[in-house]
Structure formats: C-alpha cells, structure tokens
Ligand binder design. Structure first.
Ligand code: GCO
Length: 487
C-alpha cells in the first residue's frame, strides 16, 4: 500500500534563465551592481527576488474558535474527543493569532520576511460548509492581509489546511464528491472577495496527509479507518476538489492571480548520486506519488497504481481527470524527510530502502533528517513532471526547545537542520532547479495536530500559558539568510 503517513511511517538547465549564474569567484553582491544592495555577500546566494517566507495554518494558530461567526470544524470535534490528541489538547486557543496577528506580523517584519503563507478556515467563511457565507470571516482575513501588505509582506493563501466544516463531514466529508464541489464553491467565493489583496492562492495543503491520516490510519480528524476502496475514492475526491477549485479561483480572483497547491510528496532521493540510483529515483517519484502529485500533473493514474488496487480502484471519468490536471502557475511542495531509493531488479525498477535502526531524527520521531530532499525532490518534480515553478511551501523541524536562564532560546539543533537543508536548496537553485521561494514551517510554535503542543516547530518560542513570544536563535539565523539572500 502506498504510505503517505509520514507521522506513522517516517522511521521506517540552465540556471542562466533564473539570472543568477555566477562566474567563478564572483559574489552575487559584486554582480548585482548598485541596485543589488539586498543581494548576497557570499557565493552561496539565491537569485534576486527569491521569496523568503514563513508558514502557519488556521487551526494551528488562530484559536478564537467560537468568535467571528466561525462554524465547527472536524478538528474541533476530533480534538475534543477523549484520547485522540496528546493530553486531550485542542486548538481552542492555540497561539491566539486571531487576536495577536499584529504582533506576529511585527515578528515577520523584524526578520525581514518577504512573504507569509497562512490558511483561511473554511468554517469562518461558510460555517456550514455551503450555503450562507459569513461576512465577518471575510472581514477578518481582509484586515489580516492588509496588515501584511502594509508591512511589505506578500500574502500566500492556502484555502484548505484541514479544517473541514463538520457539517460537510456529517454528509460524508471527502468520501463524498459533493465535498469536492463545495470546496470549489468556497474557493471561488473567497478568491472573489479577497482577490484584490491576495494574488497567490493554494487550493489545499497536503491532500496526501489529510486523506491518508484522516481517513486511512485515523490518527487525524475525522479519525476514520476506511476500507481500501473507500480510501481510494476519498483520494480521488480530494484531487478532484483541488482541480475544480483551480478553475473556480481563476474565474473569480481577478487579474494577476497565481494558483497552485501545497502538497506533501513522497520525498524520494536516490541512495546516492549515481546514474542507476537517480534513474530509479525518477521512476519512484512518479509511481509513489501516483494518487496525488502525479495525477495532478499528468492527468492520469499510473497503470501500476490502478492495477495494485484492482477492484478497489477509484471510480472516475475522463472529464474528472481533465479537471484534476487543471494547469497550475506553481506547485508548492512541503518537505521534511527523505526516502532513499535504490535501483532494483524488480518490475518497478526501484526499491525504497527502509530506515536503519538509529537513523537520526528531530524531536518528532517521524522527522528523520534528510537535507538532500531539498535538492532532489524539486529537481525530480521538475524533471519527471515538467513542473516549471516550485515553492518549498513548508520545511522545518521540531526540537525540544527550552528557555535559557538569560531568557533566550538557543536552538542550535534547528539551526543545524535548517542550514543543512538550505544548503541543499541553494545547490539545486544554483543548478537551475526552478524553486522560486521557501516558506519555513513555522513562524511560531503551534498546535501540532494529534501531538498537541508537545512538539515545537517554531522559530519563535511561544509560552502557551502567557502567549509570550521569544524569537529563537533560529529566527536570527533565518533573518541573516534573508538579509544576505544567501548562506
Ligand atoms: C503538515 C502541515 C503542518 C504541520 C507540519 C509539521 O504537513 O502536517 O502542513 O500543519 O504542522 O508539517 O508536522
């Protein structure tokens, strides 16, 4: 079975086009001329205009679940069900960013962030999922986005980061095709209302996660463990919802809108850089991402995927496949781990290497360390699927942060992690891999789904009792990368 649940199974060119080819020994700053003040002072630079951002998601930071006319989402229901989350923790308050966003924006500005990836809570716009929209929800996000723009920070909006209105789940959730249609209506409506101030849209965050973990392993909301056939059909409805939403956003967002998604792919890397392992990795990338990224970019399910499912394969039409493969302006990819692949003498031509015992991880046990993924994954996506514009829409890690006696947080482990990953990203970008921006997960420690508040992913420490924010060492590191536009 295809395993996307990284939380469960984590253990187991032409660069001239991008305008940043450097002659030997010359720095970006030296090349940039008088106007290039913001350019890098080292050779390990990124192209001018590279988008540096941070990422968060509505349920993980907003809190205020009963305010502003918000409806109930599946995460409210799930987190309030005993035994589902770490110590029964919920997102009722989270980082209280529904109220404290001006402070959050000030943190972003202090770091020099150019962009902010956030998500809109569907139940704030349509409390019942469909039907009567809630103007207060639109107003809230308009105020937030305008504050970002005033701070010189470009908003990148995700329309679905897992907080499905409970009313829709009650009618079958992603098991029902009607949810795909409802999502497109919500996406089109919201893009129509905010298209003057938001130009960058992502339909969904990590379809592979919310389907495989929400409806497969049941570790996330709505906590179901569907049969193979039902799960395959839910996957199909998710990608269909994405595709229908792409068209709906294009129809309503107005001029200059760019549309993509933020997907969590199987992060395939070759065992090492040899012709046979790289060829195997290419095959693996397409096959292992068959029900999500691959169908979105090729308009077909692979033969192997359908054959493996046999009688459990999803029911679909040619018209639906066409909708799913609606052309995108960019593809966002969330990358945390790496899955090493080797060439193999089997029907597929590759094998995924199980993680050896003792393989290093960060604070979340699924978060095995694999910096090479930031080089290989976008490269494989570009080479195997012809994707021309990529953003790393999430990358970052959990660490067991503590506040030191001087009041600071010295997360040297996270700095090491980020530096290693960014080095690999720079390697790819400098070779012409078309990555245009990077969004660090996350601006703040926040509600880590079933792990509650036990796993800290922020570059800003949050004291969840007082809501005090303390920028960690990693936020200073990130600020320096942004300031130099390089490593
Ligand atoms: C996800 C989400 C984030 C997570 C982050 C760390 O992929 O699960 O996009 O909401 O918090 O990835 O696990």
């Amino acid at each position: 079975m295809i395993r996307f649940d990284r939380r469960l199974f984590g253990k187991l060119a032409a660069m001239s086009a991008a305008g940043f080819a450097l002659p030997e020994g010359k720095s970006v700053a030296a090349m940039a001329g008088p106007k290039g003040a913001a350019a890098a002072s080292s050779d390990r630079g990124f192209p001018q205009g590279f988008v540096w951002g941070s990422a968060t998601a509505s349920y993980q930071v907003e809190g205020a679940v009963h305010e502003g006319g918000r409806g109930v989402s599946i995460w409210d229901t799930f987190s309030h069900t005993p035994g589902k989350t770490f110590q029964g923790e919920t997102g009722d308050v989270a980082t209280d960013s529904y109220h404290r966003f001006p402070e959050d924006i000030a943190l972003m500005k202090a770091m020099g962030l150019k962009a902010c990836r956030f998500s809109i809570a569907w139940p704030r716009i349509f409390p019942e999922g469909t039907g009567q929209p809630n103007q207060k929800g639109i107003d809230h996000y308009r105020i937030f986005v305008e504050a970002l723009r005033e701070a010189g920070i470009e908003p990148y909006c995700t329309l679905y980061h897992w907080d499905l209105p409970q009313a829709l789940e009650d009618k079958g959730g992603w098991q029902s095709k009607a949810t795909a249609q409802a999502f497109a209506e919500y996406a089109g409506y919201t893009a129509g209302k905010l298209g003057d101030v938001v130009k960058n849209w992502m339909t969904m965050n990590e379809m592979s996660s919310f389907i495989e973990i929400g409806y497969g392993s049941g570790r996330h909301a709505p906590g179901l463990t569907l049969s193979k056939q039902k799960l395959a059909q839910a996957r199909h409805h998710a990608v269909l919802g994405h595709g229908l939403a792409v068209s709906a956003i294009r129809a309503s967002a107005g001029k200059g809108a760019k549309v993509g998604s933020a997907e969590s792919v199987r992060p395939i890397v070759p065992a090492f850089n040899s012709a046979e392992h790289v060829a195997a990795a290419k095959k693996a990338f397409v096959e292992e991402n068959a029900p999500y990224l691959t169908v979105m970019h090729t308009g077909r399910y692979t033969d192997h995927y359908l054959q493996k499912l046999g009688a459990d394969a999803p029911v679909f039409t040619a018209e639906e496949l066409k909708a799913i493969a609606a052309p995108l302006d960019f593809q966002g990819i969330n990358i945390y781990t790496a899955e090493q692949v080797r060439a193999a003498d089997n029907a597929l031509g590759y094998a995924i290497i199980p993680k050896p015992k003792g393989y290093p991880t960060m604070a979340s046990d699924w978060l095995t360390i694999g910096p090479g993924a930031l080089y290989w994954v976008p490269k494989l996506a570009a080479e195997t699927m012809g994707i021309k514009e990529i953003y790393i829409t999430e990358n970052g890690c959990s660490a067991d942060d503590v506040v030191a006696s001087d009041g600071e947080v010295y997360d040297t482990d996270r700095v090491m992690f980020l530096e290693a990953y960014l080095t690999q990203l720079q390697r790819g970008v400098s070779e012409g891999v078309p990555v245009r921006g990077y969004f660090l997960w996350s601006l703040l420690d926040n509600y880590e789904w079933a792990d509650g508040y036990s796993k800290r992913f922020g570059i800003t420490y949050v004291d969840f009792k007082t809501q005090k924010r303390i920028p960690k060492l990693s936020s200073k590191f990130y600020g320096s990368v942004i300031g130099r536009n390089g490593l």
